[in-house]
Structures are given as C-alpha cells and as structure tokens.
Design a protein around this ligand. Structure first.
Ligand SMILES: [Zn+2]
Length: 134
C-alpha cells in the first residue's frame, strides 16, 4: 500500500472519524451533495499548521484536496476561498472558534461532534474578528 494513502487514513482515529461522519449525515459539509462513507476527511487547520485530528478540526467534504484537487475539498485547499468559508484555518487560530460555511448557514463545530448554528450577525462578528473577508 502506498505510504501517503496509508498515512492519510491513519491520521483520523476511528471514533473521531465516526463523529464527523455522523455530523455530516452522508452529505458534504460544504455543499450538501452525497458523499461516500470512505470520504477523505479534511483537516481545517492543516496538520502542517499544527492541526489536530479532532471533531472540530475535521470536515467531511466532497472531492479531493491534494494532487487531484476538486470539489469542496479542493476549494478548502485553494487559499482565499477556503479561508473565507472557514474550511482552512490559520495556525494561530482555534478551529472551534472559526465559523464554517455549509452552503446555507454558518456554524461552529464542537469538540463533541455536534455543531451550533450561528445567526448571521454572530457569524459576521467572528468573521470580521478573524479577518475572514466579506
Ligand atoms: Zn461539497
């Protein structure tokens, strides 16, 4: 088995992966399209930025984020688009404090695998605070 693929799979402990997949309910957390159960979970704060494999740092996104970049996972890795949606988080920020755009609403992801919907004003305040753009 190629080492890269192996490493990616083992990055997410099974119970954490389960929390994220249960939260996603079979749908991409970025746009709502159906996703497979073996979807490649995205690290909002990249591992290279110190990101942990915890529920609030994971997103079940459609597509792929690495070499074959497409779908929401591709957008999450595309710099500004990913940061503006809260799908990519800077090394200095706490992913639990950064709002996430789901295609229809803004959320905060909780460590217990739940998510809390933000009002438009709450999201705007946090996005301004963390410089997430318009
Ligand atoms: Zn998507």
């Amino acid at each position: 088995m190629p080492r890269l693929r192996m490493g990616r799979i083992m990055t997410w402990p099974k119970p954490v992966r389960r929390l994220i997949l249960d939260r996603a309910k079979g749908r991409c957390e970025g746009c709502g399209v159906p996703i497979p159960d073996d979807v490649d979970i995205h690290h909002r704060q990249y591992v290279s930025r110190g990101g942990k494999s915890v529920a609030e740092n994971g997103l079940a996104l459609c597509g792929r984020g690495n070499v074959l970049s497409f779908g929401c996972h591709g957008r999450a890795h595309s710099g500004q688009q990913g940061e503006a949606r809260g799908w990519a988080v800077h090394s200095w920020a706490d992913p639990a404090q950064i709002p996430v755009w789901s295609g229809e609403a803004w959320w905060l992801l909780n460590p217990d695998g739940t998510r809390s919907q933000l009002t438009w004003d709450e999201a705007a305040e946090l996005r301004a605070l963390y410089g997430m753009g318009e």
